[in-house]
Write a protein that binds this ligand. Structure first.
Ligand code: PEP
Length: 263
């Protein structure tokens, strides 16, 4: 974690919690962080509920003036039209979403999202003023065949080729073998890949973009291991799946600075 980049702790709820549950969850999370005197300016906290929850979350965040950010888990590469089931970035922006996750490995695997689609969705997000959280990561087979960095760097390169140097994006390095497996990468492994991703951003978009872009690690992050990741130079936060569904656990991850042995 570098001092000039504000860490982001992001909770990907996936297909969990309906709109009523989302209200209770966000209220409890806000209380837990308030009780702990969390400084949102020093560590940003965001949740990524299902689409059907977003209006409820927006209403609560606005009414209670919460500092929590939120976003969608995906968006369409198109802005409007005959695309049944798709959600436009314009709709997410209208609900005051700050972020949108793009190219999560579950989208790539179950919805055949290619690097080109991920690039096109990233451009769509930027078009609507949303900050895309672009996910990249290798499978266990990729790791065995190509080593740790080759596949995530190649995936990101396709996205970077479609962007201007001033594009505001977040990158999430999520090794597929670590997602939901309970077997996180080591902080050193994650750092190695995140450094390679940052070098690739420098190559495509320039040093300033590389210095400013936040790179998250994701894959079996929990309160017990977050500090090790956050101590790495090129890791600026975490994309958290399973552990983001537990209010206290997620609040504790957001409070990583308080953990023993942290930076
Ligand atoms: C994810 O799905 O983005 C993720 C990182 O999941 P988990 O934290 O459960 O491994």
């Amino acid at each position: 974690m570098a001092v000039n980049r504000t860490p982001l702790i992001a909770g990907n709820w996936k297909m969990n919690l309906d709109h009523l549950q989302s209200i209770a969850f966000v209220q409890k999370l806000a209380w837990a962080l308030k009780d702990a005197k969390h400084d949102y300016a020093s560590t940003e906290v965001a949740v990524f509920p299902p689409y059907t929850d977003l209006r409820s979350v927006q209403t609560l965040v606005t009414a209670d003036k919460l500092d929590l950010r939120y976003g969608g888990q995906d968006l369409s590469q198109h802005d409007s039209g005959a695309y049944t089931g798709e959600i436009s970035g314009a709709f997410l922006a209208a609900l005051d979403c700050a972020y949108v996750i793009i190219g999560h490995s579950e989208r790539r695997q179950y919805h055949a999202e290619t690097d080109e689609i991920v690039a096109s969705k990233t451009v769509a997000a930027l078009r609507h003023g949303l900050v895309p959280v672009v996910c990249v990561g290798e499978t266990a087979e990729d790791l065995e065949q190509h080593g740790p960095s080759a596949v995530p760097v190649a995936q990101l390169a396709v996205v970077l080729a479609a962007l201007d140097a001033d594009a505001d994006i977040v990158v999430a390095y999520e090794p597929v073998w670590a997602i939901g497996s309970g077997q996180a990468a080591t902080p050193e492994q994650a750092q190695q890949v995140c450094a390679a991703l940052r070098a690739s951003i420098a190559e495509h978009l320039g040093e300033a973009a590389a210095e400013r872009t936040r790179i998250l690690y994701g894959g079996s992050v929990k309160a017990a291991n977050i500090a090790g990741f956050m101590a790495q130079r090129d890791i600026d936060g975490a994309l958290v799946g399973g552990a983001s569904l537990d209010v206290d656990g997620f609040a504790s991850i957001a409070r990583f600075r308080q953990h023993v042995g942290t930076v």
